[in-house]
Ligand binder design. Structure first.
Ligand SMILES: Nc1ncnc2c1ncn2[C@@H]1O[C@H](COP(=O)(O)OP(=O)(O)O)[C@@H](O)[C@H]1O
Ligand SMILES: [Mg+2]
Length: 464
């Protein structure tokens, strides 16, 4: 541990030079060199040159050996000492973060603060760079402080690194935190409106992840407040808002628990939005009617072509997207949610065959919000930001990670034979190039309306 003292003139804390063992190592070594030189040149300091020389030499060796022993003990390899010294600025940044944190120690008005010793080194683990940090667990800090320490590290290591694991070592006296590089290359960062363009019945979520909704219908997004669930939905909306169905109707519908899609009403048909219970019921019923209509169209096409198992996508029907944001809030408005639940289950089970896809978001995956039967109807599951192991099990039936997941990241699982474990997910970033505005959505929608009008006219002429 190290001591930091409060400055007299202000509230800042700083360490004292004499507390630093490195200073004493340099001082004793200098004294040893100087007295050795004096001894060789026959200069005497009260006849004690040799004694001072031997004493400073011994103290120097003793201090250095002790420091090397400590470094070897905690860093395990001598080669990591260079890493530690080269990256000492990160240790200092962590010191500042700990000093600034509002811990119990910070609340007591003492003239000094005791800070834990910090060791760190970088290492390549299967070609990915990792930063290992060991922070001393001082007396008075508990296992529950691990999360707090991990958060401090997470906010200090910068944008390129994130905490991937945290634990307490076997002796119980060190917090061990490992940070890995953030997968920034995977994050979908559209630069222009053209980057939102996707094929019909597909949505793009990451640079290497496009979901074929016709094969994997319905998606559920879970995550605490601020974990960017709505951001994911809005990115998908920018990709699909240019769609119009066979009767020329706009293709997106909104069941909006928190009113976050409300501003779209300035240009999007208002009867596509529902918040109040009666609106939600009407909307779901309307969608069930559309799915019945589509069923007829598909059946006719099956008869005409003599091919079994045709889907809406196969016969060129546009996809219809139903955005259900914050379902728990929607449900909470119902005094008797039974009717909503029945309609939701019916929708989830029938829509999938007719190109109507539900994009669902909720904070909690608990069965009190959505029954197991309904939850199993989704083909893709997303869990954003950090979540405890119980929540992860509820979403994926398994634990994806025991580490902290930063905001803007998460895990996803597709119900396919190839994907048995949850994979890392990075939330698209539409903010970087300012494509997160209402104007952008309006522009894409209006462009889509123009082209769909021409397409419909052409179709009608063909029919004639
Ligand atoms: N790439 C980004 N950069 C900065 N802020 C962002 C970015 N993406 C989303 N946000 C902001 O993060 C906040 C929380 O996101 P939101 O999607 O509303 O979370 P949730 O719906 O899970 O509560 C919003 O204010 C949003 O504008
Ligand atoms: Mg939201």
């Amino acid at each position: 541990m190290r001591y930091f003292y409060k400055n007299r003139s202000n509230d800042f804390y700083s360490s004292q030079v004499i507390d630093n063992p490195l200073v004493w190592i340099v001082v004793t070594f200098s004294l040893f060199v100087v007295t050795a030189w004096l001894q060789l040149n026959g200069v005497s300091i009260n006849g004690l040159t040799l004694e001072i020389n031997i004493l400073s030499g011994c103290v120097f060796v003793g201090l250095l050996s002790y420091q090397l022993y400590q470094a070897k003990r905690h860093l395990e390899k001598f080669s990591r000492i260079v890493d530690y010294l080269l990256n000492y600025s990160l240790v200092e940044a962590l010191d500042t973060a700990i000093l600034n944190s509002r811990s119990a120690a910070a609340m007591t008005n003492k003239s000094y603060r005791v800070l834990p010793k910090i060791w760190l080194w970088y290492e390549k683990n299967s070609s990915a760079l990792e930063c290992h940090i060991k922070i001393q667990k001082l007396a008075g800090s508990y296992e529950s402080d691990l999360d707090h320490v991990a958060e401090l590290v997470s906010s200090t290591v910068g944008d390129h690194f994130e905490v991937i694991s945290k634990s307490i070592d076997k002796s119980g006296s060190w917090f061990e935190i490992t940070c890995g590089l953030v997968n920034e290359n995977l994050r979908f960062i559209p630069k222009t409106i053209a980057d939102f363009k996707v094929k019909p019945h597909e949505i793009k979520l990451m640079n290497n992840l496009t979901i074929p909704m016709n094969k994997l219908p319905h998606m559920a997004i879970f995550g605490s407040t601020g974990s960017r669930k709505t951001t994911v939905l809005l990115t998908i909306l920018a990709e699909v808002i240019n769609n119009f169905d066979e009767s020329g109707e706009a293709c997106c519908y909104f069941v909006d628990g928190k009113g976050e899609f409300k501003p779209l009403k300035t240009f999007y048909p208002v009867d596509h939005f529902a918040t109040e219970p009666n609106e939600v019921i009407t909307l779901l019923r309307k969608l069930l009617v559309i799915s019945k209509r589509r069923e007829k169209i598909i059946n006719n096409e099956v008869k005409k072509r003599g091919v079994m198992g045709l889907t809406a996508c196969d016969i060129g029907l546009s996809p219809i997207y139903v955005f259900i944001d914050e379902y728990a809030s929607v449900k909470a408005r119902f005094s008797k949610p039974k009717e909503l639940e029945t309609l939701m289950l019916q929708s989830l089970m029938t829509f999938r065959s007719f190109g109507i896809y539900i994009l669902y978001s909720s904070q909690s995956p608990s069965t009190q919000v959505l029954s197991n039967q309904m939850r199993s109807q989704f083909s893709t599951y997303l869990l954003l930001s950090s979540a405890n192991e119980d929540t992860q099990r509820m979403v994926f039936d398994q634990v994806a990670t025991t580490g902290t997941v930063p905001i803007g990241s998460g895990y996803y699982l597709e119900k396919t034979a190839e994907m048995s474990t949850p994979q890392r997910f990075e939330v698209p970033d539409t903010h970087k190039y300012k494509l997160n505005t209402l104007t952008v959505l309006r522009e894409i929608y209006l462009k889509g309306r123009k082209t769909s009008g021409t397409r419909l006219r052409r179709r009608k002429i063909q029919i004639k």
